[in-house]
Design a protein around this ligand. Structure first.
Ligand SMILES: Nc1ncnc2c1ncn2[C@@H]1O[C@H](COP(=O)(O)OP(=O)(O)OP(=O)(O)O)[C@@H](O)[C@H]1O
Length: 391
């Protein structure tokens, strides 16, 4: 068992300048064996949430429940959870073996030889057996990271709590460790709450993503749900690389076909799109992902005249930065292209690919239709961990 519930969690810090609501009435239920990634911009409350779950911070209100029992008032070491920190937090004067043994000795009354064999098994699993006699100062960042993981794993906790555990590693090692960590978590089947500000880590590792902003949960769902069916403009803009394009539009439904009007184009709406937004005022935000924009002919309905500002060829795709009504937008075109700046380009937004948000609240009123056979690896910007391994 390792079912973790965060219930109505609120944490307010009292600073000189006043109250800071770091976490605001957060509800997240994590199933046994699930890997949930908490993601969001700097200061959105990720670490505070994790620290409240670990018991390193006491909530202003709300509860942390593990397997049906409230652990909110328990000390960190009484909770059956192991935390891995960004800084690794290894004891510098202890060897790898001693670092790994330490937590076990403190938390359990296992006999010495049992502790020894558990440490050795875990070290072997992580490929660090040859480091058992070394101290942290003699280890590379990646090796220290493995030792920190080993120290958590050897305790065989119900829950792993990980706070940006890979962010001190260089890009290549980070990608490699991401794959390893995910495989390890699946093998061990330990419920994991993982904090990162890196959306690629969130998208590629998680069973579900919880996206926070200003201490509030914006959405929780599978990576593909959050990508294709964002609940609001914040999630739509946060997840995706390059980011979704947004246009402030005004609805003109006075006569003829209802249409969105933006400086630089008029976009006539199909009936089903109009049905989703009818009665919601006349100002909206139109969203479209770069990869959903298509090239168009001059006489295509709703085609938009743009000019190319810059192209960024990346091999299989090229990012093309376009000027529409004096602002810059992005599209991704397949192939290795170089297009001269200033060249006109006609594009269109297929009606089944657009997102529409309430301009005031940001709520998604319509999302693009979900592609039938889709996986995270095929989304632009989220290179598959397996692809990286194969490189
Ligand atoms: N001990 C504290 N005292 C006062 N304010 C705090 C304290 N810890 C966190 N905060 C504030 O609470 C808010 C949330 O901080 P938190 O560290 O949880 O965010 P985060 O999402 O983890 O950010 P980052 O990605 O930058 O680490 C921020 O406004 C932060 O300044």
């Amino acid at each position: 068992m390792g079912e973790l519930e965060i219930k109505n969690l609120t944490k307010v810090f009292n600073d000189d300048g006043g109250d800071i609501v770091a976490v605001d009435d957060l509800d997240i239920g994590i199933e046994d064996g699930e890997l949930i990634v908490l993601v969001g911009p700097s200061g959105c409350g990720k670490s505070t949430t994790l620290r409240c779950v670990a018991g390193l911070e006491s909530p202003t209100s709300g509860e942390i429940v593990l397997d049906g029992t409230a652990v909110t008032d328990q000390k960190p070491k009484e909770r059956d959870m192991a935390m891995v920190f960004q800084s690794y937090a290894l004891y510098p004067h202890m060897t790898t073996r001693e670092n790994m043994e330490f937590g076990l000795k403190m938390a359990t009354d296992l006999p010495k030889d049992e502790i020894r064999s558990r440490v050795e098994e875990t070290a072997e699993m992580l490929g660090i057996s040859d480091l058992l006699g070394k101290k942290p100062g003699d280890l590379s960042g990646g090796q220290q990271q493995r030792v920190a993981l080993g120290r958590a794993i050897v305790r065989e906790p119900e829950v792993f709590l990980m706070d940006e555990p890979l962010s001190n590693l260089d890009a290549k090692l980070r990608t490699q460790m991401r794959t390893e960590l995910q495989a390890l978590q699946q093998d061990l089947g330990v419920t994991t709450l993982y904090v990162t500000h890196d959306q690629t880590e969130a998208m590629t590792m998680s069973d579900r993503i919880a996206i926070l902003n200003n201490g509030e949960l914006q959405q929780i769902g599978t990576p593909l749900e959050c990508y294709h069916e964002p609940k609001n403009e914040f999630v739509a803009g946060f997840i995706g690389s390059p980011s979704m394009n947004f246009f402030d539009v005004e609805l003109d439904a006075a006569d003829g076909t209802p249409a969105f009007v933006h400086e630089g184009f008029t976009y006539e709406l199909d009936e089903d799109v109009y049905a989703d937004i009818e009665g919601r005022g006349d100002r909206f935000t139109l969203g479209i992902r770069p990869e959903d924009i298509e090239l168009a002919e001059a006489d295509d309905r709703n085609s938009i005249s743009t000019s190319v500002e810059v192209t960024e060829p990346l091999g299989e795709v090229t990012y093309v930065y376009l000027d529409i009504g004096g602002q810059q937008y992005t599209t991704t075109l397949e192939g290795d292209l170089v297009i001269d700046p200033g060249r006109p380009l006609r594009i269109q937004f297929p009606q089944d690919r657009i997102h529409v948000f309430d301009e005031q609240t940001g709520e998604a009123l319509r999302n693009r239709s979900r592609p039938a056979d889709d996986d995270v690896d095929s989304l632009p910007g989220f290179q598959s961990a397996n692809d990286v391994e194969a490189e």
